[in-house]
Design a protein around this ligand. Structure first.
Ligand code: NAP
Length: 281
């Protein structure tokens, strides 16, 4: 399988892989550790070099696992981490980022996200992110779980327009963002990062995805992932701690769904006709 992978552009023009890897729930079970590291390394070899984590995951255990998994390949990876909202004050982000860098065994995070909105004013978080950027500790910053009105508010604070992306729950079973959020971001040349692209393995037991999968000789997960990746402005971070699933996810990039397959999916997983509040996992 080729390690050449399609890319998307951040607003400043930097290109990053369209398909990456998530890490939520990794590093929490000692018996799974070696398999998880092997899966992440396989993904990197296959070009899925965008890796998403957070200080929240395993309360630091996931970042520590990544610190080990990225040994010798750190510079090949575009590394994303997230700060807890309660750490998102001007000073709090500095301290939280230093802790993440230590666990990740690196000197910089490529993209640092506010995990979700909390009570700290956005202007303060943006100031903290910009200070980190000037210090070279982060290269880009962005947000997660921001609905359209949150994005409007972010863009109204000084420096808010420097946001690189919004990481949101978007998959075939959670299509709400198509109504207004995805277009809002695209109009500002900001790619959308889809989390839980295979709905955290909770897709319906029986749906048109099964028929498509059986005709194409692929898995339902691959169909769901190919569906998310069909939009040029969307990039995705499926999580898998198993080499065979990582390979399947990489192959999903090469799966082009036909117009008939899209119609069958739309008839079951209906596109939104009105605003739906952004969902979160
Ligand atoms: P996901 O990637 O949609 O699904 C992960 C689940 O699907 C795991 O149980 C995994 O099992 C299974 N899976 C993945 N690929 C598979 C395949 N090809 N065949 C069969 N099973 C497959 O869900 P997620 O972990 O919630 O989301 C992805 C990443 O997004 C997270 O890891 C995290 O980095 C990020 N995230 C962010 C937020 C946020 O608030 N910003 C929230 C949720 C997630 P195996 O490991 O056994 O393969």
């Amino acid at each position: 399988m080729s390690n050449e992978i399609a890319s998307v552009s951040l607003p400043d023009g930097e290109r990053i892989p369209k398909l990456g890897q998530g890490t939520w729930e990794m590093g929490e079970q000692p018996s799974r550790r070696a398999a998880e590291i092997a899966a992440l390394r396989e993904g990197i070899d296959l070009g899925m070099t965008l890796i998403d984590t957070a200080e929240m995951y395993g309360e630091g255990a996931t970042e520590s696992l990544l610190g080990e998994a990225l040994s010798g390949v750190r510079d090949d990876v575009f590394l994303v981490s997230k700060v807890y909202p309660h750490n998102a004050s001007r000073r709090g982000v500095q301290a939280a980022c230093e802790q993440s860098l230590k666990r990740l065994k690196t000197d910089r995070v490529d993209l640092y996200l506010l995990h979700w909105r909390g009570s700290v004013p956005l202007a303060e978080t943006v100031e903290g992110f910009e200070a980190l950027r000037r210090a070279g500790k982060i290269r880009h910053w962005g947000v997660s779980n921001f609905d359209t009105d949150d994005m409007e508010e972010l863009f109204s604070v000084p420096g808010g327009e420097a946001c690189a992306t919004n990481q949101v729950l978007y998959n075939v079973a959670r299509r709400g963002p198509e109504f207004d959020l995805l277009p809002w971001l695209a109009e500002r040349s900001m790619p959308t990062m889809s989390y839980s692209p295979v709905d955290h393995a909770r897709l319906p037991k029986r749906s048109p995805l099964d028929d498509i999968a059986s005709v194409r000789g692929v898995s339902v997960f691959q169909v769901a992932l190919a569906w998310v990746l069909r939009r040029p402005e969307v990039f995705a971070i499926p999580k898998s701690g198993r080499i065979e699933h990582v390979r399947d996810n990489r192959r999903a990039m090469d799966l082009q769904l036909t117009a008939d397959e899209h119609a069958a999916i739309d008839a079951y997983f209906r596109p939104p006709r009105s605003k739906r509040p952004l969902e979160m996992l």
